[in-house]
Write a protein of this length. Structure first.
Length: 305
């Protein structure tokens, strides 16, 4: 991999007096919000198994006096997930580091850090998409039947919440609510509903709000992300994930959690014998996994905008 040089980043070598970098296009990393988060111990293998026991049948027949209850068998479902490695590296020439306006490569380090966050967010989002139970807006039978007028509405939220309740999904403790992850276009339609409540109305404590939280409806807290999953169909179809507690989990590895690795050009070794470049990298072991698809609903909608 070639190092970034002064000829590659000509804008950085421009007039000395302007050192202000324009803000990068980035989004909040909200898809991990509400996940069951775990860290796999070192040397514990890369395969992770979650066990989910099936609830026992209720007993409505009275016992005969003096007899013990009948024995029943417990049944369980195992959900497996495998950790995998992710990461990327950027090489920066020594000359660029010494002459560029980005002192100490601060901006470049932030770009790599942003890439790490966006990658983890997208891996989680894609797992939600794969593992969720689909609810097509307007009770459509196929994805191609969804039109721009089949928006994210109060009625669709009520329907998804009803499904979660029927499936005995658990709300998040302490908040007593479900979570919905949506994007700007579906949120725009939903906010026009008279039943919508803005987050600032019911929670003025910034520390008490989920990252990206914008509002509340039917016991569901809504988080907005520009990194929304879409599908190309007759119209653009948007995925809106509504879930309860323990619907999905994310796991990293002890000693290999997502982090940045910065090696300056002053670190001389056989791979960089003259110290002509530095590197900025990130790497991690990570996996996201749906634990109960009945507790994770993907309301697939169009949008009017």
């Amino acid at each position: 991999m070639a190092a970034n040089k002064t000829t590659d980043l000509t804008q950085e070598m421009s007039v000395y007096y302007e050192k202000v970098f324009l803000a990068r296009a980035e989004y909040e990393f909200i898809h991990k919000e509400g996940a069951q988060m775990r860290t796999q111990p070192q040397n514990g293998g890369k395969q992770v198994n979650f066990t989910r026991h099936t609830p026992l049948a209720t007993v409505t027949t009275a016992l005969t006096e003096g007899t013990n209850p009948s024995e029943v068998n417990l049944t369980a479902t195992t959900v497996s997930a495998a950790l995998a490695e992710y990461g990327t590296t950027v090489k920066i020439s020594r000359f660029l580091t010494r002459t560029g306006i980005d002192a100490n490569n601060k901006e470049k380090i932030e770009v790599v850090g942003q890439n790490m966050g966006e990658t983890i967010d997208e891996l989680t989002r894609n797992e939600l998409f794969t593992g969720a139970t689909a609810q097509l807006a307007g009770a459509k039978a196929a994805l191609t039947d969804i039109s721009a007028s089949n928006t994210l509405s109060a009625a669709e939220i009520r329907k998804a919440v009803r499904t979660l309740k029927t499936n005995k999904a658990r709300k998040y403790q302490g908040r007593g609510s479900w979570i919905c992850k949506t994007g700007p276009f579906p949120a725009y339609d939903l906010m026009g509903d008279t039943t919508w409540v803005n987050a600032t109305t019911y929670d003025n404590n910034a520390e008490g709000i989920y990252k990206g939280e914008i509002g509340l409806l039917y016991g569901t807290r809504f988080l907005e992300s520009a990194n929304q999953k879409t599908e190309a169909s007759t119209t653009t179809v948007y995925s809106n994930f509504i879930h309860g507690s323990d619907a999905f989990g994310v796991m990293d590895l002890e000693g290999d959690k997502p982090q940045l690795f910065i090696v300056p050009n002053t670190n001389i070794d056989s791979g960089n014998p003259a110290g002509r470049f530095s590197t900025v990298a990130w790497a991690a072991s990570f996996v996201a996994k749906t634990l109960n698809s009945s507790w994770l609903i993907n309301v697939k909608t169009g949008a009017t905008a």
